[in-house]
Ligand binder design. Structure first.
Ligand SMILES: [Zn+2]
Length: 473
């Protein structure tokens, strides 16, 4: 019987966001809890599914912790989670291998890369036990991560639809080591380049072609995995950038030459990255969208995208809709989804259907916007929405309906609209704090624009203050 220790920390930490990601932001599953909650952690589910019909393997579940992307993670919290991880491990039989479901760009106050820290500690305690990891496509690969792990594989889709498959793939590589006796090895080439998130959608060139190269390499009998880990553009972090990474069944030369091949392919298309939706300054994107006759038209407030770790409380777009574009806005049905403001939710929730003056936004993002005072009516409150149990307050002004959330969550699907009983198909303009649209939104969008707003996830990377030199795409 082989003992497979499994666990994972998953967070994308945006260093431009002043919020410290804390306990209340995390979903944490310890030990066997992951089996009943794996829909909240699909990479973990992939690992579990792979091993469920392997009678020669026994899983040792440790800690799985994940949070919506946000600012860097509270150090005390991280150390507590790590302590729990090793405490559970101490209570279990000696593992034969570790299979981890990581993000790769989680950062902790004062410590930096969480993955590097975690892997270093595992390696210190279990120097001869191999570690395999699945990663998000936006993982930041440090030299130490390469040193401490035997094999890594990243997502191949953006938007990310293959978390489960990536977990499964990582588990498969672990099995190749423990049951089939292969001594896997990795080759990696780093490229000091950062790509704005919305320029790397995998349904569009050049990423589509680059991903096809990965699949082609993985058809090779001796190659176990090929990945482009893109780094995370909204972190001013050491060793950030793109990594081309290849895992083979022990052929180091093949791993190295294949990684070099992938790096060359990447550099050959370096000039071709662009936005997949029409992208404009915020006022132009909104004006164009408001003039469309089809519906619903989406505008992404891309500079304040919580799924890439922004504050989600930037007021730039609602300031435009209630200011210079107000006259035009009043002729359309507009939904803004949404804004993160726990104080505004508390202030509005007991005054349903009363006309009130409400200060919203700008509490966390104090650099790119100001709080905005809106006059309108709180229409509806929904409690305990989604995995993070957020309260949603629907607030109506003369220009738009606004969803205000009590928790820092993503605006990624129609469930939020359904929870608030919004007839979203009859809305002319839906403003979302997002980058490229999710599958849910793509399915209903008549058209979409990217508003190049300024914030913690500014798509115009040259406007951000990096302390290191990168080739910015
Ligand atoms: Zn990602």
């Amino acid at each position: 019987m082989k003992n497979i220790a499994i666990g994972g920390f998953f967070h994308e930490s945006n260093t431009f966001n002043p919020i410290i990601t804390s306990q209340e932001d995390f979903l944490v599953y310890c030990g066997a809890e992951i089996y009943d909650n794996s829909e909240a952690y699909l990479q973990a589910r992939g690992i579990i599914e792979f091993f469920k019909d392997k009678p020669d393997c026994r899983l040792l579940p440790l800690v799985f912790a994940r949070a919506v992307p946000n600012g860097v993670v509270d150090k005390t919290l991280y150390l507590r989670l790590k302590e729990k991880f090793f405490q559970l491990l101490d209570e279990m039989p000696q593992p034969d291998i570790f299979v981890l479901a990581l993000h790769g760009s989680m950062r902790v106050q004062e410590l930096g890369s969480a993955e590097t820290d975690l892997l270093a500690e595992i390696k210190f305690r279990y120097p001869s036990i191999p570690i395999i990891s699945g990663l998000d496509m936006h993982a930041t690969i440090t030299d130490k991560m390469l040193q401490f792990t035997t094999a890594m594989v990243g997502y191949k889709t953006a938007p990310h639809l293959d978390a489960l498959e990536t977990g499964y793939h990582a588990a498969q590589m672990a099995y190749q080591i423990i049951s089939e006796g292969h001594a896997l090895c990795m080759g990696a080439v780093k490229i000091p380049c950062l790509i704005a998130g919305e320029k790397s959608e995998t349904d569009y060139p050049p990423m589509r072609g680059l991903i096809a190269e990965l699949h082609k390499l993985e058809e090779h009998d001796e190659i176990c995995a090929a990945s482009y880990l893109l780094g995370f553009p909204w972190a001013d972090a050491e060793e950030n950038g793109v990594t081309a990474l290849v895992v083979t069944k022990g052929d180091q030369q093949l791993a190295d030459s294949s990684a070099r091949y992938l790096a060359q392919k990447f550099l050959a298309v370096r000039q071709n990255f662009g936005f997949s939706s029409p992208a404009f300054a915020p006022q132009d994107a909104l004006r164009l969208a408001l003039q469309e006759t089809c519906k619903p038209v989406f505008v992404s407030d891309s500079g304040d995208n919580p799924t890439a770790g922004s504050t989600a409380d930037n007021t730039t777009l609602i300031s435009l809709l209630s200011g210079e574009l107000a006259e035009l806005a009043r002729t359309r049905k507009i939904l803004v989804a949404g804004i993160y403001d726990p104080v505004a939710v508390v202030a509005g929730k007991d005054r349903l259907n009363q006309v009130i003056s409400l200060d919203v936004g700008g509490r966390f993002d104090t650099q790119y916007c100001r709080p905005l005072t809106l006059v309108g009516k709180p229409l509806k409150l929904v409690a305990d929405f989604g995995l993070h149990k957020a309260s949603l307050l629907l607030f109506r002004t003369d220009e738009f309906d606004l969803i205000i959330t009590s928790k820092h969550i993503g605006f990624t699907g129609i469930q939020m609209f359904e929870a608030l009983e919004i007839d979203y198909l009859y809305i002319d303009l839906i403003v979302v704090k997002l980058g490229y649209l999710t599958e849910d939104f793509k399915a209903i969008a008549a058209k979409s624009y990217l508003a190049l707003s300024q914030g913690c996830t500014d798509e115009v990377l040259s406007r951000l203050a990096y302390s290191r030199a990168y080739d910015l795409v």
